[in-house]
Write a protein that binds this ligand. Sequence first.
Ligand SMILES: C[S@@+](CC[C@H](N)C(=O)[O-])C[C@H]1O[C@@H](n2cnc3c(N)ncnc32)[C@H](O)[C@@H]1O
Length: 273
Amino acid sequence: MVGSNAVETHYSNAGIVDRILATFDPGEEVTPDTLAPMDHFHGRGLNATRDLAVLLDPQPNDHVLDLGCGIGGPARWFAAHFKCRVSGIDLTADYCAAASALTEATGQTDRVRITHGNALETPYEDATFDRAYSQNVVMNIADKQAIYREAFRVLKPGGLLALSNLGEGPNGPPYYPTPWAESAETSFLASLEQTRTDLQAVGFEIGSLEDATPRIRPLVIATLEKFESEGFPERNVYVVLGERFRDLQFNSMRSTRDGKLTMIEALVRKPVR
Ligand SMILES: C[S@@+](CC[C@H](N)C(=O)[O-])C[C@H]1O[C@@H](n2cnc3c(N)ncnc32)[C@H](O)[C@@H]1O
């Protein structure tokens, strides 16, 4: 896949689990909730995953797919709070190793399974999953119909796909480097209407499709101002990528503030034929 090496190179990072566990006090329990400030690997952290959960509404024992699962925070959190099983797939080998180690540490290997691979060509059988989600991944994927088509293939008829994606803003490209890309070379931001077109082109029925920026932007600006004046908290998603990630996060938050990014949320359904 064009650009996939550059994407994996951007994200690759050794020592993730050690850095995360170093923030724990001796004897402190490692759970999906205590990990949450660090292992939901996107700017809005657990708040974004909670919003996604409201959209997806996973049911006990559902088999749920996480496309681009990162280090597995959302997968573990969904499994713990909704009693579903989650299979996560991610392009970055370091993240898959960290995701598996953290899943072992939280005692969830019976409910969460991580696979190293490309979300555009997954190893899963047709009609495997009840629900699927992808959070802040498609910004790295030029051919968005390819990932949506793959989600459509592996969902059961009637299955749901929830998306939470950064999209293009009205005021031009974001400030690079961002948390997902060094430069425009590996950044592919879609508009709301292009997202609708791509989802419908592969066969999904649109349940909801929203530009959530007006709801989310004030919260991002408040967080930006807090971090600018007080610095980052010890437990924060920057721990995943190390100190440099603070600058990348600032670039993302300032891009949202300045109208260079939007937040797109969607819930779509594979029709029951
Ligand atoms: C910003 S992180 C988000 C991780 C996770 N979804 C979360 O919310 O915690 C983006 C992730 O997308 C993954 N990714 C990008 N392109 C991918 C692809 N084609 N297939 C699978 N994973 C991909 C990256 O490796 C990275 O882990």
